[in-house]
Design a protein around this ligand. Sequence first.
Ligand SMILES: [Zn+2]
Length: 355
Amino acid sequence: MYMKRNTIICALLCLCLAATAVLAGCGSSSNDETTAATTASTVDSAKTDSIDYMALVNKTHALPDDWEDKLETVHMTNSVGDDVEVEKKAYDAYLELKAELEKEGVYVDLDSARRSVAEQQRIMDDFTEKYGADYAAKTVAKPGYSEHHTGLALDLYLIIDGKDVVENEDMIQYPEIWSKIHAKLADYGFILRYLDGSEHITGYGYEPWHIRYLDNVDTAKEITSKGVTFEEYLGAYTGGPVSIDYGTSEIYTEDELKDAVIQIKCKFAFWGDVDLKSIRYAGDEKATDEMLAKMNEINPDGKYTQVAEFLMDFHTPKEIGELTFNPDADYTDYQWWLARTADGGWEIVTFGYGY
Ligand SMILES: [Zn+2]
């Protein structure tokens, strides 16, 4: 949503704090809605080269350097009066999709689409100045690494009985409407980008509203019918299936443990080519008052009320890049400590060996 400059920071912050508890997405650091802001830019009609509609932009793959020179966009005004900038062909395809959905009584509009790298940097700078670099890095998506920079990623919202339903926690309440929308995406060259359960690959929790234009109906259909992420289709993720074991707990429900695992998987997505094998709940016996006190010591701002440990097995790649792991090695029982506050949102407090 578009907001006046001086209200952005407050709104973003509030949104972040609320989002973790309700949505169980990737937490404040990763929910791509926290960076929602559109910025006006001039449409350049003298482009010659075309953008690569199959480009991968995610938490480990930056927007290609010359992208913004090649990008051709259009502006539209949505039903709540916000300006939204979209890549030209993606917008045409979106209009066709929207018309088709309306035949089935499903009404959508565009919440946000393109955000420039400069705008993202501006938000990052504001947060750094106001709250410090650590908090900014945790809260704001890294400039250059959001798919929204491409202009090909569209966030939809629903219009139900003439009412705009724009908040994530409200939109998620309509799975039957989203499945009708998702069933039509590929016919117009779109895919659903952040699939449920694929957080360790995409780095984002399930977002039924975030769609990506590929400018190729056949490819979109192939990806959709295979049920894979864009990363997997492109071969950018080579890991196999991940085994998740919630064990048995008398403290937490399986849904609560699932929310915690999503946080871990989202964080894991930053680790590039590390091959995730398994994640398991370490058991109620590890959720002690002593460990809770330790978490509150590590992060005094946390005000945590509950704690849980998870164990992970993974294999590192031959080239580990910036990671501090040993290359081509198996790591077992790698520890993740998560804590949650009274409102129920999980936070990763620390991970590694020795706790
Ligand atoms: Zn999005």
